[in-house]
Write a protein that binds this ligand. Sequence first.
Ligand SMILES: NC(=O)c1ccc[n+]([C@@H]2O[C@H](COP(=O)([O-])OP(=O)(O)OC[C@H]3O[C@@H](n4cnc5c(N)ncnc54)[C@H](O)[C@@H]3O)[C@@H](O)[C@H]2O)c1
Ligand SMILES: [Zn+2]
Length: 356
Amino acid sequence: MTLGSRSYQIAVGNGLLKQLGALCDELLLSRRVMIVTNPAVGRLYGAKAAVSLRRAGFQVGTTEIPAGERAKSLRRAAGLYQAFLQNRMDRRSAVVALGGGVIGDLAGYAAATFLRGLPLIQVPTTLLAQVDSSVGGKVAVNLPAGKNLVGAFYQPSLVVADVLTLRSLPPRQMRAGLAEVVKYGMIADRELFAYVEMHLDSILRAEEEPLTHLVTRSCAIKAHVVEQDEREEGMRAILNFGHTVGHALETAAGYQRLLHGEAIAIGMMVATMLSVNRGLCEREELDRLRTLLVRIGLPTRASVNQSSFLQTIRYDKKVRNQMIYFVLTKGIGHAMLAAISDPGELRAAISAAWSL
Ligand SMILES: NC(=O)c1ccc[n+]([C@@H]2O[C@H](COP(=O)([O-])OP(=O)(O)OC[C@H]3O[C@@H](n4cnc5c(N)ncnc54)[C@H](O)[C@@H]3O)[C@@H](O)[C@H]2O)c1
Ligand SMILES: [Zn+2]
């Protein structure tokens, strides 16, 4: 990722966890580091990460946070500040976020704010975190009113994505992560979309080669977009394809029932239907998207009360001056931003997408 003095390496590969210490050693860090993880990920990979860091000469503390989206809270962030104090972290002590997007966002938020910013090392262990949340510098916690309402732009100092860790990922999590890969295909890379279509079976078997390709390509697309618009003043918003409706669904479903990627799959269907209805995109492209999502095992429609969930869109950050800013598609591989002022247009697209 090239962002002037805030540039950083995104290392992607098989078995990279063993090199975590050596990779961190290349940065200007003090000897004390803190791994933030959850019990499940800690049990699988905590020791491997700690051993690698110790071999490189670091003193390693570990803090565990309960699993689940609910942990992305101000209360848990405050718990991390306490742990940082107890570990006597200084301004060059790194926070190592070992886990999925929840750990990355929460530990990242705590790292961004403690002592006005500690170095952050992202070690993503879910497909979603490897292709999306660990890269780009958005960190956040949730409020009861909605997801990610409190946060910062805070770039990590290093990202280490070991695709070997994806072998232990529950299939449902793997499928949800693929929704973000499909998103990159939709907004920027027709070939990536076709690659997922072609190699889906080996991807779902967590084979090294296709996963390394997906993660590398996805990170490259995200880095390219973020490099041009780090703080989402314009183009970065295209990364939110499927997310306006997706976030609203997550909120309406009470954070628990739908995984992030599942909500995004449904959101992409609505955004593409809107695009078809506006004559921007061929109907065949929508069918191709739907076919791939179904093959992956992702939902393409939701069973929520439409009016109650449309309300939650109003609190979303994409709403400005009563207009909802939507990412639409001009066909697989091409995104564009558009304003939607007529709620009827959105309602019609939702109905049409969900009756397919
Ligand atoms: N910051 C960003 O730019 C950004 C982008 C997209 C999503 N997000 C956020 O990411 C979060 C979702 O992240 P997620 O999908 O990774 O969910 P998650 O962090 O909850 O992880 C999913 C589950 O998988 C388990 N797990 C993680 N790695 C594992 C492994 N290797 N083997 C076995 N189990 C493993 C975890 O314990 C957890 O139960 C949401 O809060 C979302 O808002 C942030
Ligand atoms: Zn997302």
